[in-house]
Design a protein around this ligand. Structure first.
Ligand SMILES: Nc1ncnc2c1ncn2[C@@H]1O[C@H](COP(=O)(O)OP(=O)(O)OP(=O)(O)O)[C@@H](O)[C@H]1O
Length: 803
């Protein structure tokens, strides 16, 4: 819809007026911030001058305390004012160059005049007129902009639904306080603006999407009813974007009772954490807590074990199972590989969770294992004594509570032991070794402990006794701490018992439906545990068992958890997270097409996630439209995954994906280098060469660096950030992020020949926004050749000249 010059001029004038008012307000706030700041500094400097301290009498003391309190209140009030003014100033600074992006004219039913509502990333009130010049995009009325085309409309407010007519809907691109584009739109959010936004170059940091949120995404953002909101959406459909704007929305809507530190995002990797970390600050909100599941495992189990990370597990699966010549995985037999795979499936399944729960029940009566308590080679309490004590308690008492009782009893036993042990010769030796300083300190501490026995040790026995007790106390400290931390429970033994023969321990008998390669799984698990290593697939079951026995550690402060790439979590892990955050709501974002982990690739539906809170508390929103990639890339990639035909491309045109077949590695590298050069020449800022594995990344990086005229970055699982430019990255680390152009390093049948690599290949290809080129050393993989021939261009470099 074209706009008249008159309309344009009026709108431009409004931009000028609004930004001028913002500038005035900013100057005011700057002054205020400066003044209050110097007030605060002054108050702090002269704090004590204003306080009269006199403690001579009780009355004086009360007065002194009151005067101190008053002074503290003055200071905190000024600090609060400073914080608020600084925040308001920050908001205006973000707003002023581009004060709004949309307008709706709305007439409420029963009213005559229409109201023009301008939407921006924050609100701006004209204090003199008492009128909002800009509405926050999260305000109730703003939802009209995202949900409706002009016509009959309605929006929800805390006081009920408001109905009316939308008579105009307009979009703007305002930069540097001037309108660059402006158009009226008949549909929800015009494709034109979206096309423009999506055509831009990618960035090392994700952008906000508030100006172009789509209706279906708005349902995710504003959903406030679901306890568990599951978003199942195609690659590039805006799941992460919607979730981040949702966080901003919830923080706005519940600003009185929800703060950003009560929200946690579980990301697929640290790189992704960095990638999304600017979105909320851009929207004027503080970042929520961000972590990875791996970091949590490390935090809980890192002291006990060398915990394998998910990437190392994946690298094993991808390198050890493939026929790839570049594989550098440990040489493993086919049997061992299959056994590990079978173990991974099993240990991540709900069947195993059920077994562990049965095992916990079983332990109420028998089977608990303990570590004996030793002190200087002496067994203070044997494992059998501990077990006997444990099972002497009423069986109705839960395991963790019994351990608490045990702990008290054990501390008493330790006291008794200490009283006998102080007679030992080693204690005298230790007393001798006390330095005069220690001795003196000991003496003073003794005085304090013993309630002032006298200023000198005139009684030799008394002196020896007191010093010996002190020496004992120091030496027994680590044992006491270990007891308090329940380290007397043999958790490794308990977990290992699950994998032992039923006759031996009884626990293995709980596993009635054994997975294939069971005996191999058993001895391998035990072997790893003996070396204090915990494979990734064992980490969550181990943690679950540990917590069930010793007491669940929960985090009641967190009110909302967002799990990105939820399809990569095993049912076991999801159950664990639910336990960990008992008071929170969850948003789980997933794409079954990108389930790259062995334990999850078997998911055919979102059932394990949906089952977590049950149907009553769960809502599922599905996104089918893919925004990231051009239409051509989506039309090619959607055929790779089951059910992909439902994925709708957004109408942004680009070149057809290209497949380049190379006959040898030298030619592969030279064609890759030429392609990088071409893409740089086209002006693309971020180009990723995606390899299947980390070992292949290393090889590609070495070979390509000398062939390129620009620096070539390499991303590993330890990289915390990435910059624009050209980089090599393993497929599984590219999850969640995007690049202008993607070059698949080797998409040959040789590299992606297994069915279980389908989703990994899809994930890698769907990282491309504008161009996708797949190189293949030999025949392209089946995932490519099974696509309709008109969806890509094949070049055989041995036959055709490149380009
Ligand atoms: N409404 C929108 N307006 C503008 N850009 C959008 C919109 N929705 C999605 N995008 C863009 O599409 C790209 C993909 O979005 P996002 O990463 O959120 O998708 P995703 O579903 O999480 O993807 P994946 O699962 O493949 O990682 C991003 O560049 C994002 O900015």
């Amino acid at each position: 819809m074209s706009l008249t010059d008159q309309a344009w001029a009026t709108e431009e004038q409004r931009v000028q007026e609004v930004t001028a008012k913002m500038s005035v307000k900013m100057t005011e706030l700057e002054e205020q911030v400066g003044l209050v700041q110097s007030d605060v500094v002054e108050i702090r400097k002269h704090y004590w001058d204003e306080v009269t301290m006199d403690m001579s009498t009780a009355e004086d003391a009360v007065e002194s305390i009151a005067s101190m309190r008053q002074q503290t209140e003055v200071l905190s009030e000024r600090e609060r004012t400073h914080r608020q003014a600084a925040k308001a100033l920050g908001k205006l600074r973000r707003l002023v160059d581009s004060p709004y992006f949309g307008r709706i004219d709305f007439i409420e039913r029963g009213e005559r005049t229409e109201e023009a509502v301008y939407l921006g990333i924050a609100s701006f009130l004209d204090e003199e007129e008492g009128q909002y010049l800009v509405y926050d995009w999260r305000a109730p009325i703003s939802s009209l902009y995202y949900d409706f085309a002009p016509g009959e409309v309605a929006f929800a407010t805390p006081n009920g639904t408001v109905e009316g007519q939308m008579v105009l809907k307009r979009q703007y691109v305002i930069r540097d306080r001037h309108i660059h584009f402006m158009f009226d739109t008949g549909v929800t959010i015009g494709d034109e603006l979206l096309k423009q936004v999506l055509s831009r170059s990618s960035d090392a940091q994700m952008k906000t999407i508030v100006a172009t949120i789509q209706k279906e995404q708005n349902r995710i953002i504003r959903n406030d009813s679901a306890h568990m909101l599951i978003v199942q959406g195609a690659a590039g459909s805006g799941k992460t974007s919607a979730a981040l704007q949702r966080v901003a929305y919830l923080l706005y809507k519940h600003r009185d009772k929800l703060s950003s530190d009560q929200m946690v995002l579980f990301s697929p990797n640290p790189l992704f954490n960095h990638y999304v970390s600017t979105v909320l600050p851009e929207l004027g909100e503080e970042n929520m807590q961000q972590t990875t599941y791996q970091a949590y495992l490390e935090h809980r189990l890192g002291e006990m074990f060398e915990v394998e990370d998910s990437f190392a597990q994946l690298e094993y699966i991808l390198t050890s199972g493939s026929t790839s010549s570049v594989s550098e995985g440990t040489p493993v037999t086919e049997e061992a590989y299959k056994a590990r795979l079978s173990g991974i499936y099993y240990k991540s399944s709900t069947a195993f969770l059920t077994v562990i729960e049965a095992y916990i029940k079983h332990m109420e009566r028998t089977g608990m294992l303990f570590n004996p308590i030793k002190f200087r080679e002496k067994e203070v309490l044997s494992a059998a004594q501990l077990a006997e004590r444990f099972y002497s308690y009423d069986t109705s008492i839960r395991l963790p509570n019994r351990l608490v009782l045990m702990k008290e009893w054990m501390l008493e036993q330790l006291e008794r032991f200490a009283e006998l042990e102080i007679e030992e010769a080693w204690v005298d030796e230790e007393i001798e070794l006390l330095s005069s300083e220690d001795y003196h300190r000991t003496y003073l501490r003794l005085l304090k402990m013993e309630g002032g026995l006298g200023a000198s040790f005139d009684d030799f026995d008394q002196e020896r006794l007191l010093l010996a007790r002190l020496v004992m106390k120091e030496h027994l400290k680590p044992v006491r701490i270990a007891v308090k931390q329940f380290k007397f429970v043999d958790l490794t033994g308990l977990y290992g018992q699950l994998f032992r023969d039923e006759q031996e321990a009884g626990a293995g008998g709980l596993i009635t439906e054994k997975p294939s390669y069971w005996s191999e799984i058993c001895w391998r698990t035990e072997e790893q545990l003996a070396q204090a290593k915990l494979p990734y697939e064992d980490a969550t079951p181990f943690l679950y068992l540990m917590e069930a026995v010793c007491g669940f550690q929960t985090n009641g402060a967190v009110r909302h958890v967002i799990i990105d790439e939820a399809q990569d979590y095993s049912p076991f892990q999801l159950a664990y997270l639910k336990r960990l955050f008992p008071r929170c709501r969850m948003t789980a974002l997933g794409d079954l097409g990108q389930a790259i982990y062995s334990h999850a690739s078997a998911y055919s539906e979102i059932d394990p996630i949906a089952a977590l809170y049950g149907p009553e508390q769960t809502e599922v929103i599905r996104l089918f439209r893919s925004y990231r990639s051009t239409r051509e890339i989506v039309e090619f990639t959607r055929g790779i995954v089951p059910g992909g035909d439902a994925i709708e491309p957004f109408t942004r045109a680009g070149a057809l994906p290209r497949v380049v077949k190379a006959s040898d590695r030298g030619s592969l590298h030279s064609h890759l280098a030429a392609e990088v050069k071409r893409l740089l020449g086209e002006g693309y800022a971020s180009i990723a060469i995606i390899t299947k594995t980390a070992s292949e990344s290393e090889l590609a990086h070495q070979a390509l660096t000398p062939l390129l005229e620009v620096p070539l970055g390499r991303i590993t699982k330890h990289s915390p950030t990435f910059e624009s430019g050209v980089l090599v990255i393993p497929s599984y680390l590219a999850k969640g992020v995007e690049f202008d152009a993607v070059l698949i390093y080797d998409g040959s049948h040789h590299q992606y020949g297994h069915e279980n690599e389908r989703k990994l290949f899809y994930t890698a290809c769907t990282r491309a926004m504008h161009e996708l080129c797949i190189f293949a050393l030999g025949d392209p993989c089946h995932f490519i050749t099974s696509q309709p021939q008109d969806t890509y261009v094949l070049t055989d470099s041995a036959k055709d000249a490149f380009n």
